[in-house]
Write a protein that binds this ligand. Structure first.
Ligand SMILES: Nc1ncnc2c1ncn2[C@@H]1O[C@H](COP(=O)(O)OP(=O)(O)OP(=O)(O)O)[C@@H](O)[C@H]1O
Ligand SMILES: [Mg+2]
Length: 361
């Protein structure tokens, strides 16, 4: 099978690494000549909007998928006229606009924190009356890793927050969450759905730092609640592939934060920590192959390498450690790789996390 991927970042690279053993031939479309996925796939160097490049990708592929949710929906729809595209472009559209996304969650019966749209500074003030303070002003489109967001703790902070965002926005109540979780699932075209165990995620400065799965202290009910949420969204969108939903746990309940219509950073642990990785399962789903087991192998953690890469010798000396480097040049705040740790239980895992965290800072 020939798989085309719009986007050639680290997610495309890890999809490629999962596709090669399945005998898949991968082609990525990415404007960066040094795109991480180029190490494992044919590479069309062009913008996502480039019509000729999209046609070339369609010709080189039996199925097209994407690894980046900022692919223009029009590009995905135009591809879909000549080649099957999974997940459906509608899922892309729903996840690109935080306002549409929140509405999709509500339609699927997923509770969300208070929110209101705002197009200018005055509307931010109006929105605050509805959602309260503290609040977060977020650009509706094209945010990632906490970019395009500003916290508002009082009315005085509205003006600077608006200056920082300065485009159509959503104002969200700051949720006093107990912790952040994510649920990842893979849905086949026929509707079969398999979910991974809930992941506990820690962020700093809006960037994911660390994930642990199965998340500790998760009841059967909480896992079932998360899986119900994911199923509703995935069924509504007639989704095919891996879907991730970021959640806030508050008083034993779950609120939806955002979704990603693609493989997700909080699922990188599945490469070593699960029977079937998210990357393999995504490819199986989009190619119409049977889904693989999402059962964990022991417990796993993932630590992102942000801005700098630690010494490989020291990382790999930690039992259960695996190093993944994306081949990107170092830059402040940039995700350059990750370390996965596997262990038999949470006690051992925690000790290993501390060893790696001390090397990663
Ligand atoms: N309403 C909120 N209440 C409390 N914390 C929030 C809220 N919104 C965002 N955060 C914090 O900021 C982080 C990043 O926000 P969010 O997931 O919305 O943005 P993002 O930039 O799209 O991130 P990414 O795409 O990298 O997941 C969240 O994981 C959470 O830690
Ligand atoms: Mg997020």
């Amino acid at each position: 099978v020939r798989i085309g991927i719009v986007g050639g970042g680290q997610l495309g690279r890890m999809l490629g690494l999962a596709g090669v053993p399945l005998g898949m031939r991968l082609t990525v479309l990415d404007p960066a000549p040094d795109a991480p996925a180029a190490a494992v796939a044919d590479h069309i160097v062009a913008e996502y909007e480039d019509e000729a490049a999209l046609e070339e990708l369609a010709r080189a592929s039996d199925i097209v998928t994407y690894e980046c949710e900022n692919v223009p929906v029009d590009a995905a729809r135009s591809l879909a006229r000549s080649v099957p595209v999974h997940p459906p472009p509608n899922a892309l559209a729903a996840s690109q606009d935080r306002l549409v996304e929140k509405a999709a969650f509500e339609r699927a019966g997923i509770p969300v924190g208070a929110y209101a749209p705002a197009e200018n500074e005055d509307e931010v003030r109006g929105a605050l009356e509805r959602v309260g303070v503290p609040a977060v002003v977020k650009a509706r489109r094209f945010g990632y890793d906490g970019k395009g967001q500003a916290m508002v703790r009082s009315v005085e902070e509205v003006a600077p927050a608006w200056r920082a965002v300065a485009r159509p926005a959503i104002v969200e109540a700051r949720v006093p969450f107990d912790r952040e979780l994510s649920i990842l699932g893979v849905r086949a075209a026929g509707g079969e759905l398999r979910c991974y165990p809930l992941v506990e995620n820690r962020h700093r400065d809006g960037i994911l730092r660390r994930s642990v799965s199965p998340a500790p202290r998760v009841t059967v009910d909480l896992q079932a609640q998360a899986e119900r949420h994911l199923r509703r969204v995935a069924d509504d969108l007639e989704y095919v592939g891996v879907l991730a939903i970021e959640l806030f746990e508050v008083d034993g309940g779950l609120l939806g934060n955002e979704m990603a219509p693609r493989v997700h950073n909080s699922g990188h642990w599945t490469i070593e920590g699960s029977q079937t990785s998210q990357f393999e399962n995504h490819l199986r789903a989009v190619a119409g192959l049977p889904l693989g087991s999402t059962a964990p192998r022991g417990v796993a953690a993932m630590l992102n390498l942000i801005g700098t890469v630690p010494d490989a010798d020291q990382i790999l000396a930690v039992p259960g450690a695996h190093l993944h480097l994306y081949g990107k040049s170092p830059r402040r705040g940039r995700k350059l790789g990750h370390v996965t740790l596997v262990a038999d239980d949470h006690g051992d895992l925690q000790a290993r996390i501390e060893r790696v965290a001390a090397l990663v800072h």
